[in-house]
Ligand binder design. Structure first.
Ligand code: GLP
Length: 236
């Protein structure tokens, strides 16, 4: 595992962008996941900037959404596809890049997404954030290594983190997510960890300790794992 502790959100974005640009340059037709949340926002700004100066070309790549809410009231407002349209824009949504979306309809046949992953030859680069309870994508505690794309019930802790102060009626209860099986089989994995409440997860990752109830730690035995974490979260 390569564990990189960075000073702040800006260095996390710089480091992650450097790693992603390197991988895309080496393998322009790679298949990668595009996570959501606050953590990857800076990465996406850097990728757009790299594209603007000709240092990044995703036109041959396949992009895979990692997860999406299934029953989000008001969808697509607040959805992950709306997030990706906002933060990646035409870097992902253009006529050349194969961008694969998870939608509420994916819940009817999640295996269709597995077929797309298989057709791409599996993931070359799984980029994931982590939740405070250690989820990756929406693989919540209890997820197992053999699971692929499927519908999950969101953990209470996840709902509180993602919809603070929102009444139950305006929160989703379920999501569709790529499974740990595909993340673990990716040729390379890049975990980005920043933000409040993630110290414990980062400590387990830094120590290379696998805990059944902390899905992010199911990645610690991956042969090409890179973790970029805010130094404030890293045990000294
Ligand atoms: C959501 C997503 C995860 C993401 C997590 C962390 O729950 N399903 O894929 O990693 O948020 O988000 P943040 O970066 O905002 O802490």
């Amino acid at each position: 595992m390569r564990f990189l502790a960075v000073d702040d959100a800006a260095s996390l974005a710089d480091t992650a962008a450097r790693l992603v640009v390197e991988r895309v340059t080496a393998h322009p037709t790679l298949a990668l996941t595009v996570p959501t949340g606050a953590t990857p926002r800076g990465l996406y700004q850097r990728l757009l900037a790299a594209r603007a100066v000709g240092a990044l070309d995703l036109s041959g790549a396949s992009l895979f959404m990692l997860d999406e809410y299934v029953d989000l009231p008001g969808y697509p407002a607040g959805s992950f596809v709306a997030y990706l349209r906002e933060h990646l824009g035409d870097l992902a949504f253009n006529s050349s890049t194969a961008t694969h979306l998870l939608t509420p309809e994916s819940a009817y046949d999640p295996t269709a997404y597995d077929r797309l992953l298989d057709e791409a030859g599996g993931l070359d680069l799984a980029i994931v954030g982590v939740g405070r309870n250690g989820h990756v994508g929406f693989n919540e505690p209890g997820a197992t290594d053999d699971q692929r794309t499927r519908v999950v019930t969101l953990a209470q802790a996840t709902l509180e983190a993602n919809f603070p102060g929102r009444p139950a009626a305006s929160r989703p209860t379920r999501a569709v997510t790529v499974g740990l099986a595909d993340l673990r089989c990716a040729r390379s994995v890049l975990v980005l960890a920043a933000g409040e409440g993630k110290g414990e997860v980062v400590r387990h990752l830094a120590e290379g300790r696998r805990l059944e109830d902390v899905p992010a730690t199911h990645l610690v035995d991956h042969p090409d794992l890179m973790v970029v974490a805010e130094a404030a979260l890293v045990p000294t």
